[in-house]
Write a protein that binds this ligand. Structure first.
Ligand SMILES: Cc1cc2nc3c(=O)[nH]c(=O)nc-3n(C[C@H](O)[C@H](O)[C@H](O)COP(=O)(O)OP(=O)(O)OC[C@H]3O[C@@H](n4cnc5c(N)ncnc54)[C@H](O)[C@@H]3O)c2cc1C
Length: 386
């Protein structure tokens, strides 16, 4: 190994340039804070993801993302085992589909324009707190700053190195980018499909992109034994099994359990590194961006006051994100065990679609829905009616 070089110091080092890290770099640079963003891949980098940016996620950003949007979704067709669909639609955009290499790089460039420093191709291997400093090491460099932020995804090296928040549950998803003829692609424009029942403990999806379809299946990590088989079965059922797959991959989607720690002296975790993906839908981009926006004022405050006070971040993440995730987890338990009833509820009452639509638009949350339907007792009574 060559000699280790100690780099100039920054106010904050952010590890990982996905939506969480890029958004935090943007928010901190806006406040004039000296930010270093370290990313293990060279950007732009492919990320295995359906690339569905819900309207509620897009609305969090204070700039327009349309230049990196592949398709704007107004219709969601829900099926059970690819039977007759329930079609939900809305005049306003529900989801913007993106390719994550382009979208994530776009967010990083926004941060760079405000002065954030990016060094890509730098895999973090070690993080050590040393008095008032944190030292972050790659194979041949050491960076240091008063604070470090782990935005390095599901297998967070920062979380592992500092031993923060180990209790986590995972969903697992597999996805392929599939080039189909123009006539097939045209059928999907402005519409996604969600199929329940075709995979135990999860769901399958089709998300249209500008020149191909992103098709995948995801489920609880305890039920992944035949994930590949279900993926292929889903492609065959859609009559898409024979087209060219340009990329295929699988990845973990981490969802946290109650009371999970997302901070430590001189360190915070964001997005997937903190386990903040939605356990019901697998959506992670929204909470990646939101957690970054919640962290920014806490970090600013900590730097201005000259003392570390990062515990406020735990409190605000619990209140704004984890309480919602708890509700989503309870719903997901029902959905995993009784997908046919979940589909039956949707088919029976447009109220369910309205709730889902409003969730995508950010006009409601899980806790508000629970209140509206009269708690879990209300859901149970509705089920009895089916
Ligand atoms: C198949 C699949 C489909 C999905 N579909 C959707 C969807 O449609 N909509 C949605 O909202 N969410 C979706 N998700 C979830 C979503 O992809 C994640 O929740 C989201 O990417 C989290 O963002 P993040 O910034 O926290 O982490 P990431 O996007 O994972 O970014 C982490 C970054 O850290 C870098 N990194 C990792 N380790 C190191 C290291 N040691 N040193 C330096 N850098 C490092 C990585 O290279 C990466 O760039 C899906 C996930 C999967 C697996």
């Amino acid at each position: 190994m060559g000699f280790l070089l100690l780099e100039q110091s920054y106010d904050v080092i952010i590890v990982g340039a996905g939506p969480a890290g890029a958004t935090l770099a943007y928010e901190l640079a806006k406040k004039g804070i000296r930010v270093l963003l370290l990313e293990k891949e060279r950007l732009p980098r492919y990320k295995c993801c359906a690339g569905g940016v819900t309207s509620k996620a897009a609305k969090l950003l204070d700039f327009d993302i349309s230049e990196v949007v592949e398709d704007v979704i107004h219709k969601v067709s829900f099926t059970f085992n690819l039977g007759s669909p329930y079609l939900g639609q809305h005049s306003q955009p529900l989801i913007h589909t993106v390719m994550r290499d382009v979208f994530d790089h776009f967010l990083v460039k926004k941060a760079q324009q405000l002065g954030a420093m990016l060094i890509d191709g730098q895999k973090i291997t070690q993080v050590q707190v040393d008095g008032d400093w944190v030292e972050v090491s790659t194979a041949d460099r050491i960076f240091r700053s008063p604070l470090v932020v782990g935005a390095d995804g599901a297998n967070s090296a920062v979380a592992r190195e500092l031993g923060i928040g180990r209790d986590i549950r995972y969903l697992v998803a597999i996805e392929s980018e599939i080039v189909v003829p123009d006539e097939e692609l045209a059928k999907w424009k402005t519409r996604i499909q969600i199929d329940l029942g075709c995979i135990p403990g999860g769901y399958a999806w089709v998300f249209p992109k500008r020149d191909h379809l992103s098709i995948g299946v995801g489920c609880l990590s305890s039920k992944t034994r035949h994930l590949k088989h279900y993926h292929q079965k889903f492609l065959n059922s859609l009559n898409i099994g024979n087209y060219a797959i340009t990329r295929s991959g699988s990845h973990l989607i981490p969802t946290c359990t109650k009371g999970r720690l997302v901070w430590q002296n001189r360190a915070l975790l964001l997005g997937d590194a903190a386990g903040l993906a939605d356990p019901l839908t697998g959506e992670g981009i929204y909470n990646a961006i939101l957690s970054a926006q919640l962290a920014a004022p806490v970090i600013e405050d900590s730097l201005v006051r000259g003392k570390v006070g990062l515990q406020d971040y735990q409190e605000i993440v619990e209140r704004k994100i984890m309480s919602e995730l708890r509700m989503a987890r309870t719903l997901s338990k029902f959905f995993v065990r009784f997908p046919h009833l979940a589909f039956g509820m949707l088919n029976q009452s447009d109220g369910v679609w309205t709730a889902l639509r409003n969730l995508m638009l950010g006009e409601t949350g899980y806790a508000a829905i629970k209140r509206e339907v009269g708690g879990f007792k209300g859901i149970f009574l509705r089920l009895l009616r089916i």
